[in-house]
Design a protein around this ligand. Structure first.
Ligand SMILES: [Zn+2]
Length: 254
């Protein structure tokens, strides 16, 4: 028998109010590039990498074969995000970060958006705004949209510099995943926010959270493969769903 949605929402609200540790898995629907218009024909003519699909361009093969080409693609993405009207993250998430002892954001987005809400974060796929040296391993912040040389090389050891991003054809960092599982294991509530139908790692993390006693709450505008499996599914856009979850308890009508 299906649970009464109102009752489950009340339960989720209650769990969030009592929670000390919350982990939020943040999906693509909160990404900076979500909803940006497609590149114009002029842009495409000027920069041919734009027409490529991410799964063709953002690969370790492209980096090995033609690192400058891969860099041109990532610089275009930096430029696009920098020029876009700033997307604000749900105020409710910042409010949650203020309210509870510890909020950890886990995300596959590489846009660094989550840095602004005062939560600790685990960027499973890395960041568009960092580079890593393929020689000495130095990691640096880098928000430039134009680089003096392509591909860039390390000022310290002279080796090739790459985006600090997990490319197609590469595995997720095992230590990072370990940290993700550990934070989920310690969570009172695990929020899955706009993760869509991507499947992993949402499903594994959610399963792990439930096994370890967390209340798993999914907020999504569409049902996903996870929706039947979570403790509470909130059928709403992330902003609105989070507002509903953090609203003060309604006065008892009876
Ligand atoms: Zn180096």
């Amino acid at each position: 028998m299906a649970a009464d949605p109102e009752q489950t929402l009340v339960g989720a609200r209650d769990a969030l109010r009592k929670a000390h540790r919350v982990v939020a898995l943040v999906g693509e629907s909160l990404a900076a590039e979500e909803g940006l218009p497609d590149a114009s024909e002029d842009e495409k003519t000027e920069n041919s990498v734009i027409t490529s699909l991410p799964e063709q361009m953002a690969t370790i093969d492209t980096f090995r074969r033609d690192p400058a080409r891969l860099w041109r693609w990532y610089l275009w993405r930096r430029q696009r995000i920098a020029a876009a009207p700033r997307r604000t993250w749900p105020e409710a998430l910042a409010e949650l970060a203020r309210r509870i002892d510890k909020l950890t954001v886990i995300t596959e987005n590489v846009d660094g958006q989550h840095g602004r809400i005062g939560a600790s974060s685990l960027e499973l796929h890395g960041s568009l705004w960092r580079t890593r040296c393929t020689g000495c391993g130095r990691v640096r912040d880098d928000a430039r949209i134009v680089l003096p040389e392509l591909p860039p090389s390390c000022g310290h050891c002279g080796s090739l510099i790459r985006p600090d991003i997990v490319l197609f054809g590469e595995s997720l960092d095992a230590a990072m995943m370990e940290r993700a599982y550990r934070s989920v294991c310690a969570a009172d509530v695990f929020l899955v926010l706009g993760a869509g139908a991507t499947g992993e790692p949402a499903a594994s993390l959610a399963g792990y959270a439930r096994e370890n006693g967390a209340v798993v709450v999914e907020v999504d505008a569409e049902r996903t493969p996870l929706s039947d499996f979570v403790t509470v599914f909130v059928h709403a856009e992330v902003d609105r769903g989070l507002d509903a979850l953090l609203a003060p308890p309604a006065a008892d009508p009876g």
